[in-house]
Write a protein that binds this ligand. Structure first.
Ligand code: NI
Length: 412
């Protein structure tokens, strides 16, 4: 490249950067924006990433969080359960109480990212990005801890354990009574394949789906493959059940209403000339409203009952209802949207589609209105993949949005 051309490009880029800086300043005239602990965010995230702990076993992680919160000053640290932490920051004047939640647990997944700070623990890794959630909320707590005199009301920095394992940590914390005074809950999840640092506001109403499912064993009667009349073939019964289940969504659910029924497991038999005596099926079921959830369950139970009966087979069914759908409150959503734009600019905030993953954040709706959003972390594989990683440049935007959302909720 010629020198003059390089110089021109350099000048152009400098102008663009200055323009971008002005853009950021235009969106917030708050001096706290200059106090984002960029390096610490990465240091904390990497420490947690390297030392992941499974659900309900977040002993070291919660101690790490508690020690940091105490070091910031002005924050009272409580432990509502063995491995969860709430940092409570009381503002200069009394007012509303708001909670921002970060989950801290890792997954039973062997990490394959090849990162220099990869998990030190076999078969445990932060493949869902909860390390980033924890680091960001620590950053938010650090900034707000220095702004006590500018806060009206109380902030709960809610570091939750066990999001990944039903019945989930959220319920346990709610049952402890520690959240009974909270008037609004906010939460954020990192999601790949959205631009780095973009905040997505999930829809009003159902913002995620339920995560139900079943395990089914069909008991037939084993026989010689050449003498089917002496047996009851569980493979044939299972196949009919799988086919009939396809009608639950296509024939029973109102068009436009959301439901998914997926049979993810169908195992039976070992040899071509043997009719086995049982078949095992398992399914994943997603819905977003209570009536549809019930309708889907009723139809599935009826199909299994009647198809097995028609063939003279018997069955054992374990139907599991896991996390309900998150319900995003329209008013909180509007507030979060306004605050995120104020912090990051209009171009960095978008309306996100409903998440098809489920979250135990949904349980906080029992206590107060909730608002859950997503944070784009760039191109990559899906959450829960052994190669899941995120662009750390997104973290500071996450913190900016969190701080602004909390300040605006309490002070406006
Ligand atoms: Ni997650």
């Amino acid at each position: 490249m010629k020198k003059t051309a390089a110089l021109l490009i350099f000048l152009l880029m400098s102008t663009m950067l200055v323009a971008q800086d002005k853009q950021v300043n235009k969106h917030s005239n708050s001096s706290w924006m200059n106090t984002i602990p960029e390096n610490e965010l990465i240091e904390w995230r990497r420490h947690i990433h390297e030392n992941p702990e499974l659900s309900f076993k977040e002993f070291n992680t919660s101690n790490y969080v508690a020690d940091l919160l105490k070091s910031f000053g002005n924050i009272e640290v409580i432990r509502p359960t063995k491995t969860s932490i709430i940092g409570i920051l009381k503002g200069a004047t009394p007012g509303k109480i708001v909670a921002f939640r970060a989950d801290m647990d890792a997954l039973p997944v062997q990490e394959e990212t090849g990162l220099s700070f990869s998990s030190k623990n076999d078969n445990v890794s932060h493949a869902c990005g909860h390390d980033a959630h924890t680091a960001m909320l620590l950053g938010t707590a650090k900034i707000l801890s220095k702004m006590k005199d500018q806060i009206k009301g109380t902030v709960y920095f809610l570091f939750q354990h066990a999001e990944e394992q039903a019945p989930g940590g959220a319920l346990e914390i709610i049952e402890s009574g520690a959240l009974k005074d909270v008037q609004a809950f906010f939460g954020m999840h990192v999601i790949p394949n959205y631009p780095v640092g973009y905040i997505g506001i999930l829809p009003n109403g159902a913002a995620s789906t339920t995560s139900d499912g079943f395990f089914l064993t069909i008991n037939g009667k084993g026989s010689h493959g050449s003498m089917p009349q002496l047996g009851i073939d569980p493979i044939v019964v299972g196949a009919e059940i799988v086919n009939a289940l396809q009608t639950v969504v296509s024939r029973s659910i109102t068009p436009g209403e959301m439901a998914v029924v997926t049979i993810g497991k169908f195992q039976s038999g070992d040899a071509p000339n043997v009719i086995p005596d049982k078949a095992e099926l398992a399914a994943s079921i997603r819905t977003i409203s209570d009536p549809t959830r019930q309708l889907v369950e009723d139809r599935i139970r009826a199909i299994i009952e009647n198809v097995t009966k028609a063939h003279g087979a018997t069955y054992e069914l374990e139907y599991i209802r896991s996390y309900p759908a998150i319900q995003n409150d329209a008013k909180l959503n509007a507030k979060a949207n306004t605050s995120a734009i104020k912090a990051l600019g209009k171009d960095n905030v978008f309306d996100a589609l409903r998440m098809t993953a489920s979250e135990d954040f949904s349980y906080y709706n029992k206590e107060a209105p909730t608002c859950f959003m997503i944070l784009g972390v760039g191109e990559g594989v899906a959450n829960h993949n052994p190669k899941f990683n995120l662009d750390e440049k997104a973290l500071s935007n996450g913190v900016k949005a969190e701080v602004q959302i909390i300040l605006d909720y309490l002070n406006n």
